[in-house]
Design a protein around this ligand. Structure first.
Ligand code: NIG
Ligand code: FE
Length: 426
């Protein structure tokens, strides 16, 4: 929570048909708590500086703040900005060929084994300048903001050398400093073993050592990221390697996140819980033991339904079983050039209802409060409550269920992050 700036002008968001506050405890919502989206009518929001100072009936807001500026929600939906807690938005070119190759039946991990997939994005990123990478990311972030996203996490992971991983994180830091959206960096140096290390004796373990001894200390020292992620998957990094990486991250003050049990169950989710990861992400192949571990621990289960759709696996994470077991489920886009080229975040809510079988209210909580929790930010963003960051979106629908329903439409009209506009529909 932050203190309001009483010297700043007050702005009121008023005249909403419906307000989804997601108000409640400043922590991840688990199991049945996810059903409570805090739907109100005739209620607006007052903002001073970067902070929400009141969430009250419009008439009361106008009496309390008679000199305030007003944003007319025009009978739309007033809601917290979305938190997209898992993206890989800093990359070079798209990967069209691979999309078609998978359609012919070549699996995702086989493409990587042949030196494509992540490795083609690595070759491409290494050949580009920082300015080029930044310039490519800016319009992507604008498209993400246009979906009503006010916080976005971005991972490195297409550098796969000390130099290029740090370079990617510095580009993310530059984007964070210049964009109105809140941008959170994550070090994903452990996205893969670089191709040039494959034939080197001890290449794998030398890369892992290098991440721990040459990348994490610099990331921590320069505050380039708060989180460190690992692609923990049979055929990529195994449990022993992942534990070594995550212990190393923690020693440098970085909080673990994991790509876990995406394509095969490797026990990654349970390891993530055990090691104190803030989130375990993907989980399409999670085992029953993994579900119990996540439900019983303090780690958010972040589901990425667009990835499974785009990969054409015909499979999705067992979201209902996770929620019914009492887990805190978040939703994110996984925006990346290989498995989820999705910048229109509201489609994730559609997939959550249609594919993951969430209710619309659960999908909203998963995309706001629980997304914030997956970034350690549930104390300051994800809900419309006094003291929270003014991260607000207005959508051109009069019912929160309409956003997942009218899929493919551009329905966000205005988005503010930390009390400043980050998107305005032309
Ligand atoms: O989350 N699974 C690993 N990483 C990304 C995909 C990266 C890529 O293919 O470029 C993911 O799906
Ligand atoms: Fe990912």
């Amino acid at each position: 929570m932050s203190q309001p700036d009483e010297t700043a002008r007050t702005t009121l968001f008023v005249n909403a048909a419906q307000t989804l506050t997601a108000a409640g405890p400043a922590r991840a919502r688990r199991g049945g708590e996810m059903r409570e989206a805090g739907i109100r009518h005739g209620v607006g929001v007052a903002v001073q500086g970067r902070t929400i100072v009141a969430v009250e009936d419009d008439a009361l807001l106008r009496r309390t703040f008679p000199d305030a500026d007003e944003i007319d929600c025009n009978c739309g939906l007033l809601a917290p900005g979305f938190v997209d807690s898992h993206t890989h938005a800093v990359f070079g070119a798209a990967r069209f060929a691979e999309h078609e190759l998978r359609a012919t039946g070549v699996p995702y991990l086989e493409i990587a084994r042949r030196g494509g997939g992540i490795h083609s994005s690595v070759r491409d990123l290494r050949a580009r300048s920082d300015d080029d990478l930044e310039a490519l990311a800016v319009p992507r972030l604008q498209r993400i903001a246009a979906g009503g996203v006010t916080t976005v996490e971005i991972k490195s992971g297409y550098g796969l050398s000390v130099h290029d991983e740090l370079r990617s994180l510095r580009v993310i830091a530059r984007l964070a400093a210049s964009h109105a959206m809140r941008i959170v960096g994550t070090c994903l140096a452990a996205h893969e073993v670089p191709l040039e290390r494959r034939d080197e004796p001890e290449g794998r373990s030398r890369w892992i050592d290098e991440i721990v001894t040459s990348i994490f200390p610099v990331v921590a020292h320069e505050r380039l990221a708060q989180f460190a992620d690992v692609f923990c998957e049979p055929g990529v990094f195994d449990l022993v390697e992942t534990r070594r990486l995550m212990e190393g991250a923690k020693q440098h003050g970085l909080t673990p996140k994991l790509h876990a049990d995406e394509l095969h169950d490797g026990g990654g989710a349970a390891l993530g819980v055990d090691i104190g990861a803030v989130s375990v992400d993907h989980l399409a192949a999670i085992s029953d033991a993994g579900i119990s571990a996540v439900a019983g621990g303090g780690t958010v289960a972040t589901l990425l339904p667009a990835t499974m759709l785009f990969l054409g696996t015909g499979r999705q994470a067992p979201a209902r079983r996770l929620i019914e077991a009492g887990a805190a489920v978040a939703l994110a886009s996984d925006f990346n050039p290989g498995t989820s080229p999705l910048q229109a975040f509201p489609l994730v809510l559609t997939l959550a209802v249609s594919e993951l079988r969430l209710s619309a209210a659960e999908a909203w909580i998963a995309a706001t409060v629980n997304g914030a929790a997956a970034l350690g930010l549930a104390g300051s963003t994800g809900q419309l409550s006094p003291g929270f960051s003014a991260d607000i979106a207005v959508h051109e629908v009069d019912d929160y269920r309409a956003l997942p329903y009218w899929f493919g439409e551009r329905l966000c009209r205005v988005a503010w992050a930390r009390g400043r506009p980050c998107f305005q529909k032309p």
